[in-house]
Write a protein that binds this ligand. Structure first.
Ligand SMILES: *[C@@H]1O[C@H](CO)[C@@H](O)[C@H](O)[C@H]1NC(C)=O
Ligand SMILES: *[C@@H]1O[C@H](CO)[C@@H](O)[C@H](O)[C@H]1NC(C)=O
Length: 156
């Protein structure tokens, strides 16, 4: 009896966790859209725009199926704010460093979970920005995955 109850609770938890996704959009230049969970101050953002706070990192969990074989991937974080396109300051050159469930090289069709700690710098103004996030094959620039999400930057 106790075991059955625990199983039911666990199953419920797993289903619940999988539902905690952030609503993201497709990139203009294509790229398969991943399942994304953006967490800021311990809260999962369900709907764009996501509130993020200066001086606090937001965590982006990107879950996708690799469309090709790749030995190395490059992360690209770009923000569009007030009409300007600005590279988001990145703390990672090789996206393979952020993969948590497997290791590079990645084979075609492989399930990849990638985690990134996005710094929201103290000097950022309180502004609405569209974040374009992609992982591209280092060898030829092909997009393994890409999404956009709205961010509302707030002073903490
Ligand atoms: C995203 O999650 C849904 C539901 O769990 C799943 O069916 C789908 O295959 C996932 N997509 C990717 C790209 O991982
Ligand atoms: C990063 O992505 C942006 C937006 O899609 C694009 O304009 C820019 O050229 C990309 N940068 C690199 C180095 O690929």
């Amino acid at each position: 009896m106790v075991f059955v109850k625990i199983s039911v609770v666990l199953t419920g938890l797993i289903v619940f966790t999988q539902c905690l996704k952030t609503d993201v959009s497709q990139c203009q230049n294509g790229g398969p859209v991943p399942n994304v969970t953006l967490t800021s101050n311990g809260v999962v953002c369900r709907q764009s725009p996501c509130n993020v706070y200066t001086g606090h990192a937001a965590n982006i969990l990107v879950d996708f199926i690799s469309p090709f074989y790749t030995e190395q991937m490059k992360p690209n974080l770009t923000a569009i704010a007030a009409g300007a396109v600005v590279p988001w300051p990145s703390n990672q050159k090789n996206a393979c460093d952020g993969i948590t469930n497997t290791a590079c090289p990645i084979v075609k069709g492989e399930h990849v979970i990638y985690s990134y700690k996005m710094d929201i710098l103290s000097l950022f103004p309180e502004i609405y920005a569209t974040l374009i996030f992609s992982l591209a094959n280092e060898a030829d620039g092909q997009l393994a995955t890409c999404f956009t999400v709205g961010l509302q930057i707030l002073k903490h």
